[in-house]
Design a protein around this ligand. Sequence first.
Ligand SMILES: [Zn+2]
Length: 81
Amino acid sequence: MTEDETRAVARDIRHLYFYIRTLRRGVQDAARRRYYRKIAAKKKRLHDAGVSTREVLDLLMCCRSGRCRFLACLDCPHRLL
Ligand SMILES: [Zn+2]
């Protein structure tokens, strides 16, 4: 996987987490599970491409919180340029 492709997958994961944040826990659990399954498939793609577990976890933390502690995770929207 090229760096661009890795970033594209990271962006897809961000979009999927965005949807999960808009879905209500306990009410739309079936839909949430569907998105989590898609995310799991993309996480596997990153791992298979040699992206470290650390990098994937940083990305997920950034996606889940809507903020970023590192400002340097994959395709980070909060990155300081
Ligand atoms: Zn980040």
